[in-house]
Ligand binder design. Structure first.
Ligand code: GLV
Ligand code: MN
Ligand code: MN
Length: 427
């Protein structure tokens, strides 16, 4: 493509075909890893890849791959274990995102990157452009950590950021372990683990994602480029008290775990405000959950994000200190542990410059933005050059059915991604 080509309408059959899968009653999506909805999404991915004649595989960690090979490259013997290197040794180019969702998540978070990747390949092919090095489209498993608690699990396993033993032992809310869920889905949990060979063959990873804030909504720009990701993580805090009768237990005699939990939620807000950071309790489980009984325990999850790692540490330490202090005052035992941690990410400057230049070549002046949202690109950034494109979200809302991107902006995203893939993989 030499000039900004208009993409076909975003009323793409491909996008439409994904929309019904895993839809929840709340109007969002419940596409949890290794469930029936996830299996439908996996079938959708392989169907879309097959329609395009792309070579496909599921890696040992349950991540899905589809490969667009250079026409003359052929497939060397044994390619089934992974992509061949690019002929000139610069590495293959990978794009994509994830298909899993948070509970009642929006349609765009993740799937927009996967659909746009396939649509960008369509666009390049229609323009008669062919790759000179393989282009991979990936859908990473369990990016949201909505089922097993650890965000970006598929990319962490691939890169060795989590050990196979630790991953296998992760359990969902019903106590089903990752190992059991993978086996149930027909995958081999004993095979999970890092694949340095595959990672070392990737020269660049570019993830397109719906913007999860409103920076672009206030600008005359449908597409932005990522600069950095705030360090962030999840901590599980357990408050163990004593179950008792709500009508007969004097207030002074109670060991009510709900009280230190409530104090901790309020403290998280105060401390985050003071430190210019973000702290959220979005998931809480009260046991045994009777309306007429003091709870025996409260399990709560703190999502904390900050502009730098020092501040993040300070934020979490202040919040957990309040939890413990308040727990002591109420006879409640408090324990906390980190479930996942992503250090601060600065995306590769050289790759970002190439992405910005490729967009400028299409007449697109893309703003460069930091973000507080986590992504597989952030995990891969520790080991290889990565970049991200953000597509404007008019509502600025994400992790909610209200998440939205206009069709024209989705189209602009495909055109932008196609320009980037052409620059990275086709010359
Ligand atoms: C992923 O979307 C995250 O930032 O939690
Ligand atoms: Mn998300
Ligand atoms: Mn996402």
């Amino acid at each position: 493509m030499t000039q900004a080509e208009p993409a076909r309408s975003w009323d793409l059959p491909l996008w439409q075909s994904l929309l019904p899968l895993g839809r929840s009653d709340a109007g969002g999506y419940r596409r949890f890893s290794f469930t029936e909805a996830d299996s439908q999404c996996r079938d959708w991915f392989f169907g879309a890849a097959a329609d395009r004649g792309l070579r496909t595989e599921t890696d040992r960690n349950g991540n899905l791959w589809a490969w667009w090979d250079p026409p003359a490259a052929g497939l060397p013997a044994g390619h089934r274990d992974g992509p061949e290197s690019s002929p000139d040794g610069t590495g293959v180019v990978v794009t994509g995102s994830h298909l899993d969702s948070v509970p009642d998540g929006g349609a765009f978070d993740g799937p927009l990157g996967v659909v746009s990747a396939l649509a960008a390949i369509d666009l390049l092919r229609e323009a008669g452009v062919a790759p000179v090095r393989p282009v991979g489209v990936v859908a990473f498993a369990e990016e949201e950590g909505a089922r097993f608690g650890m965000a970006c699990l598929g990319s962490r396993l691939l890169t060795g950021a989590v050990t196979p033993d630790a991953a296998r032992a992760l359990a969902d809310a019903d106590g089903v372990t990752l190992a059991e869920a993978m086996a149930e889905a027909g995958l081999d949990p004993e095979a999970i683990g890092p694949d340095p060979g595959l990672v070392s063959r990737i020269g660049a990873f570019v993830e397109l994602h719906v913007e999860q804030g409103s920076a672009l909504a206030g600008m005359d720009a449908a597409v932005g480029v990522a600069e950095s990701i705030w360090p962030h993580g999840r901590w599980r805090i357990d408050f163990a008290g004593r179950a008792d009768h709500a009508g007969t237990t004097r207030l002074a005699d109670r060991r009510d775990p709900m009280l230190p939990y409530a104090a901790t939620v309020l403290a998280a807000r105060t401390v985050a405000t003071e430190l210019g950071s973000l702290a959220t309790f979005g998931r809480v489980v009260a046991e045994p959950g009777a309306a007429n009984a003091i709870g025996s325990a409260v399990h709560a999850w703190l999502d904390a994000r900050a502009p730098d790692e020092e501040t993040l540490k300070e934020l979490v330490s202040q919040v957990t200190a309040v939890a413990e202090l308040s727990g002591n005052g109420h006879g409640v035992t408090v324990t906390s542990r980190c479930e996942s941690l992503t250090p601060s990410v600065d995306f590769d400057l050289e790759l970002r410059d190439r992405v910005v230049a490729a967009l400028a070549g299409q007449g697109v002046d893309a703003p460069v933005l930091p973000t507080g949202a986590g992504h597989d690109a952030g995990v891969l950034a520790a080991g290889l050059p990565t970049a991200m494109l953000f597509v404007r979200n008019r509502t600025g809302v994400s992790h909610s059915p209200a998440e939205h991107a206009d069709p024209e902006d989705c189209e602009a995203g495909v055109v932008a991604l196609a320009a980037v893939l052409e620059e990275l993989a086709c010359r």
